[in-house]
Write a protein that binds this ligand. Sequence first.
Ligand SMILES: Nc1ncnc2c1ncn2[C@@H]1O[C@H](COP(=O)(O)OP(=O)(O)O)[C@@H](O)[C@H]1O
Ligand SMILES: [Mg+2]
Length: 259
Amino acid sequence: MPDPENRLLEIDALHVRYKKIHAVDGASMNVEPGECVALVGESGCGKTSLCRAVLGLERISAGRVLFAGSSLNEFDAGDWKKYRNRVQMIFQDPGESLNPRLTAGGMLSEVLKVRRGLPAPARQAETERLLQTVGLDPALAGRYPHELSGGQKQRLGIARALAVNPDLIIADEPVSALDVSVQVQILNLLLDIQTARGLALLLIAHDLAVVRYMCRRVYVMNRGQIVESGMAARIFSRPQHPFTRALLDAVPDVDRCRG
Ligand SMILES: Nc1ncnc2c1ncn2[C@@H]1O[C@H](COP(=O)(O)OP(=O)(O)O)[C@@H](O)[C@H]1O
Ligand SMILES: [Mg+2]
């Protein structure tokens, strides 16, 4: 059993309600330091609402989210500030989450200034390093988001997340808006970074094929609830819940044979 003391993120009976919609309905899950965990479920099942509540972007209607043992419900302004450097999100639509008025380099430099208080010369060097880390040519620093491809924009989104040296990255369907040919590259990049830096990754996906090769543990969500969870290998070999089996049946055979 994982040691509860060792939990980086603990979501405890979380509810997120919009006016009439109960988007997250008592979901519990946890992520340990350095672990890659998947949250999988069909479109509309509440995945993004859960992420947004964890980030403090959506109100927690009931339940708790604990980070390193402290409840978000009890955070003061200083706690939020620290938390926003420890947890970062990568969004589904890389274009929408980037400021169209800032160049790639300008945006990273801004984050390094505001969040890490780095002086200008250090920001320049760190910006280049970040671009290289995510596989972008530092010559692209002068480009605006609309001058970048979808894959490049998502790489930039990853660089922005890394700029604050987070302990946890939540990636909300980070490749579903990208061309298939680019999807694998971005997933591999995320996996490489997660491994190299030993940071925790909560990967949201609606596709089980993707998470099979990346994540240690999997949570399966349906209608705002976690219906099954376990080690990825077990979920794939012996799914318990009918909903998980249905998700697995939707995975193309070619992917199922590969493992
Ligand atoms: N801001 C919002 N206001 C009202 N309903 C919302 C809002 N965001 C999401 N929903 C609804 O909550 C449910 C869960 O949505 P979401 O969390 O986006 O699911 P997923 O990310 O799994 O596709 C859906 O029925 C969706 O229409
Ligand atoms: Mg979503």
